[in-house]
Write a protein that binds this ligand. Sequence first.
Ligand SMILES: *Cc1c(COP(=O)(O)O)cnc(C)c1O
Length: 373
Amino acid sequence: MTSDFIPVNSPDITQEDKDYVGLALSQGWISGEGPFITEFEELFASVVGRDFGISVSNGSVAIDLVIEALGLGPGDEVILPSFTIISCLSQILRSGATPIFVDACETTWNMKVDEVANSITSQTKAIIAVHIYGLPVDMDPLIELAKSQNIFLIEDAAEAHGLKYKDKNAGSMGDVSTFSFYANKNVTTGEGGMILTDDPLFAAKIKTLKNLGFKSSPRFVHDVLGWNSRLGSLQAALGTSQTRRLDSIVEKRKRLGSTYQEAFKHLESIKLPATSTSYAENNYWVFGIVLNPDYGRDALDVSHVLGTRGIGTRPFFYPLHKQPVLKSFGFEQQPRLAVSEMLGKQGFYIPNGLGMSSFEVERVIEVVLDVLD
Ligand SMILES: *Cc1c(COP(=O)(O)O)cnc(C)c1O
């Protein structure tokens, strides 16, 4: 590795971001309550188009809290994609409920909605729709399905800030949606997350659960157990500042996505992300590359070679239905989900950080072409 290594993500923290965090500090607002928290929650909820926003410490805990609030347990089934992060699965397993995995679509990498329909039983209590890598799940048929069967729809929009499904914002369509503000997300607070909903009762429940089960009065008497999953004010200030320029952040990612598409379109060794579908345009949260299975090398090999040439990469998700941890919860046998397994083996993404210089973008293109052509 040389010193001019280009990492897979590099954040863009502007002077305005720093000034706004500085303002919170200089006013003494540092905890998980106060005006900077409220401002971020209200701004983010309104940008997405929802009534309530509850900030939390990360996007994984956002999902945990939603599953907990639903009161799921043994005998309940939750349908989710196999091709996603472990965060979608953790609390389902801890609650004692049963995860039902569906495969991914080969072109959009998102869960196949017709497979969701086939997976519904009388025990299905919730569906988690996860928007993957810059393209959304086909939500309309999924919403119709969930409504008609009275199933709770969770929208994991952790990778989908500023992403449109038809004319709707990702994160505005499920009964509840969750976001992450991790360092590589379109809006980042370093670590952070948010839960959005239009349901005041659900919002109140989440607020209690994320704050140790405190009531307003008497404060230290607890009817329910919660967690401390609060976001801090410094992070909220950063989140507000970033959310104010979300449009330009997304534009930058889209431009970079188009640049890579153009540069790599002639490569026969790989499949590039879909630029669009009938319901959405890719906003390239990350830029994924899938090696053709007959290419002879898998993503791990190629990532290693790129790494030695100074280009950081990250492998695609390892399919959830193959996770070894399932065994310790008593789930041994899972069906084969061919597309998720192929993506997990053949896919990786290349640097697309908002802080990249045009020189770095050129360098990535040059090396990727050299390695894959
Ligand atoms: C990043 C991410 C999460 C988890 O968010 P953290 O803030 O890292 O805990 C959850 N779901 C998806 C799809 C993600 O990409």
